[in-house]
Design a binder for this molecule. Sequence first.
Ligand SMILES: Nc1nc2c(ncn2[C@@H]2O[C@H](COP(=O)(O)OP(=O)(O)OP(=O)(O)O)[C@@H](O)[C@H]2O)c(=O)[nH]1
Ligand SMILES: [Mg+2]
Length: 292
Amino acid sequence: LVERGGERARQVGALTFGPSAGVEQVVGITGAPGAGKSTLTDRVIASARAEGGPVGVLAVDPSSPYSGGAILGDRIRMQGHAIDDDVFIRSMATRGHQGGLALAAPEAIRVLAAVGMRTILVETVGVGQVEVEIAGAADTTLVVVTPGWGDAIQASKAGLLEVADIFVVNKADRDGAAETRRDLDNMLDLNPSMGEWRPPILLTTAVSGEGTDAVWAAVGDHRSYLVGSGELERRRERRLVDEMNRVLVHLLERDVRTLAGGDHFEGVKAELLGRRLDPYQAAARLLDAERG
Ligand SMILES: Nc1nc2c(ncn2[C@@H]2O[C@H](COP(=O)(O)OP(=O)(O)OP(=O)(O)O)[C@@H](O)[C@H]2O)c(=O)[nH]1
Ligand SMILES: [Mg+2]
C-alpha cells in the first residue's frame, strides 16, 4: 500500500507514525552495482538474528523495471534466511509510489517497525542522488566499495563519502583491498566536515563471511556513539523534517501539473511564445491567476 501511495497509504502512514515509533535501528547499505551489498546484507542479517530480534530488509532498486516484486539478485543472495519467519525481505522498485522511492522508503521503514522489526536493513544501489538520499536516511549507513583502481574516488564522486558512517571494502579476497582502504583513509583525512565519529574502514569477504562479524560490531559501536552523543535524536529529527520537505515538494509539483492543465495556461503560454512575457513573468502570472 505505501509503495502504491494514495488514500489507503495515508491511513497506513498515520497508523504507523506516532510517539511510540522509533525504537528500531535502521541500517543503510549502499555502494556501486555488484559491490556485494546483498551478499553482505545476508551476513548482517545472520549477525542481527544471532542477537534474537526480527529483521526487516528493504532492497530498494531504482533501476529495476519490476514493481513491488521479488528482485532476483537480492533473493538469491539472501536465500540463507528464506525459511526464517523472523526475517522479512521486501524489494522495492521505482514504479509505484507517485512521489518516488525517496518518499516510499521511509514509510516502508515505519511499516516494518510497526510490525515489530527491531533491526531494519535498507539496501540501495548508490548511483544517484535519490539512492544516496535513501541510504543516508538511516541511523547508520554502510558504504560498500570493492578493491580496484579509483573505486574510492568513484564513491567520493557519488557523494557516498558524506553519508558513510562505516566503510566496507568488500571482495577483500581480491588484490588491492589494502590500497583501497588507504585511499579511503586519505580521503577521510581531507574531509573537513567530519565530526567526532571517524568512519572505520573494514575489510570483508562477504561470500565467505570473513570480516563480516566486525561489520555488525561496528554498527553497534556507531549505535552507542549515536545514543551517547545525542546524535541519534538529531539525525531522526533532521530526517523527519527532510521527509516533510520532500512531501511538500511533491505536493507542489502536483499543483504545478494542475496549473499546466488549468484555464489560464494557454493564454499565458501565448504571451510567453509571443515574447511578451519572459519565463519568470509567465510563471508568476500563472501563479497569480490560479490564486485569484
Ligand atoms: N570474490 C568475491 N565476490 C563477491 C564477494 N561478495 C560478493 N561477491 C560476488 O559479487 C557479485 C555481486 O554480489 P551482490 O551481493 O549481488 O552485489 P550487490 O551489490 O548486491 O549487487 P546489486 O544489488 O546488483 O547492485 C556476486 O556474484 C557475488 O557472489 C566477495 O567478498 N568476494
Ligand atoms: Mg543487491
